[in-house]
Design a protein around this ligand. Structure first.
Ligand code: URA
Length: 207
């Protein structure tokens, strides 16, 4: 299921991120901020446990999240820009890494790195990529984490294309997608329109 997290703060911040003249420092900060806002919704389903808490006045019921069960998996490179904000929310989460790039000719996914912490039945996986474009990398990343035992998987992006959402939902209908914006379409070169350009290049100033 696709969830577009619709909020004035997200709309405002995403508009600044899209701008051609927004530099890497501001781009990184906005990516972190928007990720945090989207993650707030994307984590709504995670398990909470009851716990007794003693206030200065009396004992009462409280809640805690076992964030050691949370595994965040950024797709390299651009997913790296989303890690810190999720770790701010869930500081004991583990971080796995998946390196995938798109072959510019075939647009197929090429894997070059895979390192995921040990998973168990309670593991709650969040795969991160700011751009859900063709869906090729997302499908590949989700397939890879399923191969090592992941059962509960959520995909978080900032901008998604209708084509990418459709492709990911077709192959992995059990994976919920949380995004800040569903944009118009993919270009012939696999870029999202209107999008924000190449998120990795803008984050790391590689162009
Ligand atoms: N990856 C990006 O960084 N931008 C796009 O528009 C598509 C894929």
């Amino acid at each position: 299921m696709l969830y577009v997290v619709d909020h004035p703060l997200i709309k405002h911040k995403l508009t600044i991120m899209r701008r051609i003249d927004t530099g890497p420092k501001e781009f990184r900060e906005l990516l972190r901020e928007i990720t945090l806002l989207v993650a707030y919704e994307a984590t709504r389903h995670i398990e909470v446990h009851e716990i007794e808490v003693e206030t200065p006045l009396e004992k009462t019921k409280g809640y805690y999240i076992n964030d050691k069960d949370i595994v965040i998996v950024p797709i390299l490179r651009a997913g790296l820009g989303m890690v810190d904000s999720i770790l701010e929310l869930l500081p004991n989460a583990s971080v796995g890494h998946i390196g995938i790039y798109r072959d510019p000719e075939t647009l197929r996914a090429i894997d070059y790195y895979f390192k995921i912490p040990r998973l168990n039945d309670k593991s709650e996986i969040f795969v991160l990529d700011p751009m859900l474009a063709t869906g090729v990398s997302a499908i590949d990343a989700v397939s890879k984490v399923k191969q090592v035992g992941a059962k509960r998987i959520t995909f978080i992006s900032l901008i998604s294309s209708p084509e990418g959402v459709e492709a990911l939902e077709e192959v992995h209908p059990d994976v919920d997608i949380y995004t800040a914006s569903l944009d118009r379409q993919l270009s012939d070169h696999g870029y999202i329109l209107p999008g924000l350009g190449d998120a990795g290049d803008r984050l790391f100033r590689t162009k």
